[in-house]
Design a protein around this ligand. Structure first.
Ligand SMILES: Nc1ncnc2c1ncn2[C@@H]1O[C@H](COP(=O)(O)OP(=O)(O)O)[C@@H](O)[C@H]1O
Ligand SMILES: [Mg+2]
Length: 203
């Protein structure tokens, strides 16, 4: 359900967490544990897709430690958005940045953690296709940098008008798997190559 609001939420530059082509993500000034992603209604395909996606997960009671908690959608005259659990705190970094600085042990653990994440997405038919090292946050959970959990903050949903992969698990699985192999693994390899190149130029 999308709640109608009379006025826009306060979008403070000091609370801006990130901005993409279509939308911006702000920390909620009232509740720092929450953030909201907001688009202009004139350009909101991704945000609408996300809302359909997260509302469906909530309706079916599908939860995962990899998926930020969904905290409801809103719209105003000109904007549409939704609230989500916020992970912006010291020590939390995108996977791409983490991989460039972490220990060897942690780097090995990322492979396993990503494989486990892929398994859970498939098992619960959480159709995430735009999985990207920048859309995965590494959240520390223990004393060493190899103690972490992964959270996928963006890249959910499928663009079809009638999203058959949501309803037919075999289609969902094929889609998640195909994008994982064809896109994510390549992006990850590119990320690794870039890290190796930078290490080399540093001497
Ligand atoms: N749940 C979250 N917790 C903390 N930071 C977030 C969260 N969601 C998004 N961000 C930050 O905002 C940026 C943009 O959000 P994202 O959902 O990836 O939108 P876009 O479609 O613009 O890529 C992210 O790259 C990240 O830095
Ligand atoms: Mg993103």
């Amino acid at each position: 359900m999308v709640i109608r609001r009379d006025a826009d939420l306060p979008m403070l530059e000091t609370h801006l967490l990130g901005r993409g082509i279509e939308r911006a993500c702000y920390r909620d000034p009232v509740d720092p544990e929450r953030c909201f992603k907001v688009s202009e209604k004139t350009s909101c395909r991704q945000t609408r897709r996300d809302i359909v996606f997260f509302e469906r997960l909530a309706r079916l009671g599908i939860e995962s430690s990899y998926v930020p908690k969904y905290l409801g959608a809103f719209e105003t005259e000109t904007k549409i958005g939704f609230f989500q659990e916020c992970f912006a705190r010291p020590g939390v970094r995108p996977l791409s940045e983490f991989m460039a600085q972490c220990s060897r042990e942690a780097l090995l653990r990322t492979d396993l953690a990503l494989w486990e994440m892929r398994g859970e997405l498939i098992e619960k038919n959480i159709v995430a296709i735009d999985v990207h090292p920048d859309n995965i946050l590494v959240v520390p959970t223990g004393p060493t940098d190899a103690d972490f959990r992964l959270v996928l903050i963006d890249g959910y949903g499928t663009p079809e008008f009638i999203p058959l992969p949501y309803w037919f698990r075999a289609l969902g699985r094929r889609k998640i798997d195909r994008y994982w192999t064809n896109h994510f693994m390549k992006r990850l390899a590119h990320c690794r190559a870039e890290i190796a190149r930078r290490a080399k130029t540093r001497g």
